[in-house]
Design a protein around this ligand. Structure first.
Ligand SMILES: *[C@@H]1O[C@H](CO)[C@@H](O)[C@H](O)[C@H]1NC(C)=O
Ligand SMILES: *[C@@H]1O[C@H](CO)[C@@H](O)[C@H](O)[C@H]1NC(C)=O
Ligand SMILES: *[C@@H]1O[C@H](CO)[C@@H](O)[C@H](O)[C@H]1NC(C)=O
Ligand SMILES: *[C@@H]1O[C@H](CO)[C@@H](O)[C@H](O)[C@H]1NC(C)=O
Length: 179
């Protein structure tokens, strides 16, 4: 889908005056699944509420067969209507190629910027160490998500499926509410 800026601006203004542009992100759930525990496993994966305004997610993946040179990631956005349904975005990217040239994929670059400063998944392949995302917090996400996209309120989930050497190894599902 290709929209020009004028169209997006109008859409934003409409959402803004209908007051359905979200201004607040809350984590509601996280589910990390390892499909191949001999290849990789989650040491931890959780949400934490420190206080009303500071909530974060952390996860750590132990990798048992390093180095990894071929990584693909499928990212699908879901929105809850009657159960979670696919919403707007579902694409697979060659992560090693992307990391060499982040500008090649603006949507993925946006998603990567959402967690790269909280993670050690911030360099080019190969990967020969455990992977972490530490304290990715809702304050940061509030700014990142709502400053760039006019997303209507609702319950959403972002499902990421991780393939190493073209085999599905892990799935991370993060559910959020935009209000
Ligand atoms: C987490 O996701 C896996 C894989 O989709 C599923 O089998 C499992 O039931 C889910 N766990 C929870 C607590 O929802
Ligand atoms: C919430 O916790 C964070 C991190 O410990 C702290 O910086 C912040 O001041 C706290 N906010 C309130 C309202 O207590
Ligand atoms: C995303 O698209 C792929 C390929 O068409 C499909 O197999 C997969 O189920 C989709 N994912 C979701 C969450 O809908
Ligand atoms: C990647 O993240 C690690 C850990 O947060 C940090 O020490 C390192 O400087 C970062 N590297 C790059 C290239 O941003």
């Amino acid at each position: 889908m290709q929209y020009n800026r004028g169209f997006l601006l109008k859409l934003f203004v409409i959402f803004y005056f209908l007051k359905i542009v979200s201004s607040k992100v809350e984590f509601t759930n996280i589910n990390c699944t390892s499909w191949d525990p001999e290849f990789s496993d989650f040491e931890y994966c959780y949400l934490k509420s420190v206080n009303r305004s500071y909530k974060y997610m952390s996860l750590k993946v132990n990798l048992y067969k390093v180095p990894i040179n071929v990584i693909k990631v499928n990212i699908a956005a879901l929105k809850r209507f009657n159960g979670y349904k696919p919403f707007l975005y579902n694409a697979t990217v060659d992560a090693c190629r992307f990391l060499k040239n982040p500008k090649s994929n603006p949507v993925f670059s946006y998603l990567h910027n959402m967690f790269r400063s909280f993670s050690n998944m911030n360099h080019t392949c190969p990967y020969n160490h455990d992977l972490v995302v530490e304290k990715l917090n809702t304050n940061f996400l509030n700014n990142h998500i709502t400053s760039a996209l006019p997303v209507p309120e609702g319950d959403y989930a972002l499902q990421t499926s991780w393939f190493a050497n073209n085999i599905l190894r892990a799935t991370v599902l993060v559910s959020i509410t935009l209000s």
